[in-house]
Design a protein around this ligand. Sequence first.
Ligand code: GLY
Length: 262
Amino acid sequence: MNLRNHSSLHKLFYSLMFAGGQTAVVLEECLVGPEYSMFVVVSEDQFTILPMSQDHKRVGDGDKGPNTGGMGSYSPLPQLKKEDRQRMIHEIVKPTMNGLVQGDYHYCGVLYIGLMMTEGGPKVIEYNVRLGDPETQVVLPRVKNDFAELIDAAVNHEKLPEIEENDQSVLGVVVCSKGYPTHPAPNVKIGKLPEGTNTYIDYANVKGDLDNLTGDGGRLFMVISEADNLVQAQDNVYSYLSKLDLPDCFYRHDIGNRALRD
Ligand code: GLY
């Protein structure tokens, strides 16, 4: 490659040379498309796949602002075509499994594959060896299998069952302290959260007792609803949130819109 014809690279190498002689530059492909989270339970050479979900990583409505740990999630994914999911399994999961086996990793546990569905097919954005947050909160309620038995089978190298998904739609919105993710306010007053009729709370970074909670910065809790469809789950969660009076907290107002309105 003639660097003189690539002025950005030329400048980069030039400045790196003067910054201590380091001249390695990593070029990354810019990928465009929706991102999905796939959790694969692995036991050596076997695998089984949990229901898929989508996280919302940017802090602001409309995917604006910096990345966060995740502002909300939902499952299932009505916009993901069956054949695209099959491609993910054939082009990503199976080769990954082959790599684990051929590399002698003897991996037992959850493999979290962050995937992007691009025009050129599915691409891996990240691998993690854990479940994801806030996806787990909407994925596990959709698993009909006994989760403890599933994990037991995985760690004991027994035959892994097919995952059976129920028909529920689950959606959750994360409530954060103001300033998150760069300067999250500490010690935010929450008090006692009201009972929801068709929602429940998964607490994260809070302290005190349930009658008088204080947020300890960052992502504080998630309001979740399990319903017959995503529209209903989204309405339930936002109707609960609209009744809260938490001036030092914020949340996104568009969780699930990509599935419902795009
Ligand atoms: N939701 C992103 C993660 O758990 O890494």
